[in-house]
Write a protein that binds this ligand. Structure first.
Ligand code: CTP
Length: 405
């Protein structure tokens, strides 16, 4: 995927520096040339020899070491790179770059670079929350630096909070996105539903399903990367908000329906990836139901089919894409749903398999269109599936006549 692409990987002195070894290794496996630049503190945590061995490339550390071509080397390296990535980026590094300070090889190379630059902060949660650090991040974003959100979790100090370096896999995916970016959805307004809904039974219990929200979030992330404006309406999930996407959190099917209808006039494309509950309890008990009451019968009523309603209310030129979660006769059932709901595209997947679909990072889908077309997307990561879906949407948009803005 990254054959021959040139990446400068900056490593600063955070505890997470060891994870940069995995990042370098994965980038190499994808075919990229990786030149590592380490700050002095980073070399105290990980040996430059490790990076040198993994990348097969000299590692740059001090400005004033041999060879004496230091005064041009950082500029040469900055010019050589197609992408600069700094992972982990400490609060110190963010502050220096935001202030234009260039006092070692890494910061000098960053100032000299005119290619895209991805900074991946990792630090103690209190440091990350510090208004000065947050101001620097805002400033850097405004200047065009891409900055990944740290993850929430256990930190090196033992505390739990937001500040962990994202997993190498996520960093690498972001790099791939930046280097292979297609800007073919610039200005397209996309409305996506994602995740499960919860239908309350009493104050502590609800009906829901196994959807993790990953497919919808991957759609949001990839559409954004291709230049779309994205509103993501999400049921409860454990996923972080994708950057640059307007996230609307909802709980029940009815809340999701209202949020979708609120944004419907705005959207050019609607993709319903949510696993909306098909039924809800007729009554929601005000107090917790007690088991002394004996056996319980719950009466359920169907929820409104949001996708069918969207399809009915759509205006000309609006594109509506649905998902069909099936466990048998996948293609036949999906085609029947496509026709019944009057969609432009149906993404059919088999949710009966353990290795794809619900709660998995992978999916295998078929893209059905009303003309009888069926495109198979073999098992791959949900981000790749999302890109294949957008490829089809971009084709359909090119054929459709736009209307109403
Ligand atoms: N959907 C929706 N609102 C609902 C139910 C489903 O918008 N109340 C959407 C889903 O987001 C998905 C599509 O409809 O895009 C198909 O969902 P699925 O559960 O596969 O099909 P259903 O139409 O609910 O039919 P069934 O459950 O009987 O298979």
């Amino acid at each position: 995927m990254l054959d021959g692409r040139k990446i400068m990987l900056g490593v600063t002195g955070g505890i997470a520096a060891y994870k940069a070894v995995e990042v370098a290794s994965r980038l190499r496996k994808l075919g990229a040339e990786v030149a590592v630049v380490m700050t002095r503190n980073a070399t105290r945590l990980v040996s430059p020899l490790t990076f040198r061995t993994i990348t097969g490339h000299p590692v740059y550390t001090e400005m004033f070491e041999e060879p004496r071509r230091w005064n041009v080397e950082h500029v040469e390296l900055a010019q050589w790179a197609e992408l600069v990535v700094v992972a982990p980026a400490t609060a110190n590094l963010l502050g220096k770059v935001a202030a234009g300070i260039a006092d070692d090889f890494l910061t000098t190379a960053i100032v000299a670079a005119d290619c895209p630059c991805l900074l991946v902060p990792a630090m103690n949660h209190r440091m990350y929350a510090n208004p000065v650090v947050q101001r620097n991040i805002r400033l850097l974003r405004a200047l065009g630096y891409e900055i990944m959100e740290p993850e929430h979790g256990r930190l090196a100090s033992g505390a739990v909070g937001k500040g962990r370096l994202p997993e190498p896999d996520r960093i690498v995916r972001r790099v791939v996105q930046m280097l292979t970016r297609r800007e073919d959805m610039v200005g397209v307004r996309v409305l996506i539903t994602a995740g499960p809904t919860r239908e309350p039974l009493d104050p502590v219990r609800y009906l829901s399903n196994r959807s993790s929200g990953r497919m919808g979030y991957a759609l949001a992330e990839t559409a954004r990367a291709r230049g779309a404006e994205v509103v993501l309406i999400s049921g409860p999930t454990a996923l972080a908000a994708p950057e640059g996407v307007q996230l609307v959190r909802v709980v029940t099917a009815e809340e999701m329906r209202r949020a979708v209808l609120d944004h419907l006039a705005w959207a050019r494309v609607v993709v319903a990836a949510a696993a909306v509950a098909d039924w809800r309890p007729v009554e929601v008990a005000k107090q917790k139901l007690k088991k002394e009451q004996g056996p319980l019968t719950i009466q359920l009523v169907p929820t409104v089919d949001i996708l069918a309603e969207v399809s009915q209310r759509r205006r000309p030129g609006q594109l509506v894409v649905g998902f069909a979660a099936e466990t048998e006769d996948v293609l036949a059932n999906a085609r029947a749903k496509l026709e019944r709901k009057g969609l432009d595209l149906m993404v059919a997947n088999n949710v009966g398999r353990p290795d794809v679909g619900f709660d998995s990072e992978f999916n295998e889908v078929w893209l059905l269109d009303p003309g009888g077309g069926c495109l198979h997307v073999p098992r791959c990561r949900k981000e790749e599936v999302a890109d294949r879906i957008w490829d089809r949407v971009v084709e359909l948009l090119a054929n459709a006549t736009p209307s109403g803005g």
